[in-house]
Write a protein that binds this ligand. Structure first.
Ligand SMILES: CC(C)(COP(=O)(O)OP(=O)(O)OC[C@H]1O[C@@H](n2cnc3c(N)ncnc32)[C@H](O)[C@@H]1OP(=O)(O)O)[C@@H](O)C(=O)NCCC(=O)NCCS
Length: 406
């Protein structure tokens, strides 16, 4: 059977391509959902695989601007990847990944990024694990700020969606600019995704709450959260789902978390997309009661090694020469020298040899070359090269963090 892969041309095709991943969640997009979602992911950025006239799989790529150390770069935000169960394990995902990577390369987007619901899949296409995320789950009665935390500053107001729309994006952007892994949100993104409160997104919880923290009438932080309650044998259980809580500075972060931790009647507080260096661990009285669980975060692929490495900034300007293997993106394979802030193809003897996946893991600063070498993912040819590469790639800001699964 001959299958064809191409990008979608109509909204009808769009709906069918997204329905492939939707199948696994029991979700068939309505006409209205197709129209809205296609505002964010236009048909030409969604690949479909055809079996005759039928679409049996889809793979999309948002047009992101992603923060990387010291810069913001175009990034293909890979999303809604699915193949119908009737067509699994026939190489259709690989065909779509091929077409998508080629299209990304042609458009000149130097990196691609994704959240993987199956972390075994994407390494073969050159994606490396680039950040970790922390999940916290603590019982309400153990959620207190640590001894010595300064008294409350400012106040928190519950605002409506319009006021959230006016105030939250600016706070988000302040964090975004300096945090690798954040992507810029368009107005449509805020309206249709982050601030939207559809019946499906509620699940068994109540409405989306928009909380704004202010100090001297100046917005400093916000939180998006829902509360769910259910009756159990022992009585009512109430859970606070923190969807996003961001402070534009230290004080803002502390005050929004104080607010969230102190809400009455809550038995369990959950947040699932915190970075590994989130200050919460130091803010709470009982760090153990956070029940921290670490999971994979963003996966990053350097689509164009030279452009991607030249786009970010570095902590030191030592020279390092990498020999890069990239079977799925052969245009990247070969030897590259990083010197100052630029990267060029090179004839020098390599200091380090690694796959493009390991380079993707190091790119945002989430993993060091020492860690990657210890796992056998980086080979050192000249003495001290791993340490030198780590000095060059050392963090120049916070740990990578992407606060939203896309
Ligand atoms: C995961 C999914 C997209 C795979 O599609 P597919 O067309 O069956 O994949 P392919 O046949 O192209 O397989 C490509 C490779 O990935 C491997 N693979 C596929 N699905 C896998 C899975 N769930 N776990 C581990 N490996 C997987 C295949 O074994 C194959 O390996 P190979 O290159 O060594 O031969 C499809 O099964 C699906 O839609 N699943 C549910 C939704 C989902 O998980 N989407 C991905 C979200 S991140």
């Amino acid at each position: 059977m001959a299958y064809r892969v191409r990008s979608c041309r109509t909204l009808e095709e769009w709906g069918q391509a997204v329905a492939a991943i939707g199948h696994y969640a029991g979700w068939v997009p309505t006409e209205e959902q197709v129209e809205q979602f296609a505002e964010l992911l236009p048909p030409e950025r969604l690949h479909a695989v055809f079996d005759g006239q039928s679409i049996v799989g889809g793979a999309g790529a948002f047009d992101f601007r992603m923060s990387v150390p010291g810069a913001v770069v175009p990034c293909s935000g890979v999303t809604v990847v699915g193949v119908l169960p009737t067509h699994r394990r026939r190489g259709l995902l690989s065909r779509m990944m091929r077409a998508q990577l080629d299209a990304t390369h042609e458009r000149g987007e130097p990196i691609a990024a994704l959240y993987a619901s199956e972390e075994t899949i994407y390494g073969r296409y050159g994606y490396g694990l680039a950040s970790l995320r922390q999940k916290v789950s603590l019982t309400g009665d153990r959620a207190a700020l640590s001894y010595g935390t300064p008294l409350r500053a400012g106040s928190v107001r519950l605002v409506d969606k319009d006021e959230a729309r006016r105030t939250f994006p600016r706070l988000y952007d302040r964090v975004r600019r300096t945090t690798p892994g954040f992507f810029a949100r368009s107005g449509d993104w805020w309206d249709l995704r982050r601030l939207a409160d559809s019946a499906e997104s509620r699940g068994d919880a109540g409405p989306l709450n928009y909380a704004l923290a202010e100090i001297d009438d100046r917005p400093v932080a916000y939180a998006l959260y829902r509360i769910a309650q259910k009756e159990e044998d022992a009585g009512w259980k109430r859970r606070l789902h923190i969807i996003e809580a961001l402070g534009a500075d230290t004080l803002g972060t502390r005050e929004i978390w104080r607010f969230l931790l102190e809400i009455d009647w809550i038995h369990e507080i959950r947040a699932s997309l915190l970075p590994v260096d989130h200050p919460l661990f130091h803010l709470v009285a009982r760090p153990d009661s956070l029940n921290l669980r670490t999971e994979t975060g963003l996966w990053v692929r350097l689509v164009d090694v030279g452009a991607a490495l030249s786009a970010r900034k570095y902590a030191a300007d030592a020279r390092v020469t990498f020999e890069v293997a990239d079977p799925f993106g052969p245009w990247n394979a070969g030897t590259w020298t990083l010197e100052g802030d630029t990267v060029r193809r090179s004839r020098r003897r390599a200091d380090l040899r690694l796959g493009v996946t390991a380079l993707g893991s190091a790119y945002l600063g989430g993993f060091s070359f020492r860690e990657l070498a210890a796992a056998g993912l980086v080979e050192e040819f000249s003495r001290g090269a791993v340490a030198r590469a780590d000095a060059v790639f050392a963090p120049i800001g916070p740990a990578p963090w992407c606060p939203e699964i896309f």
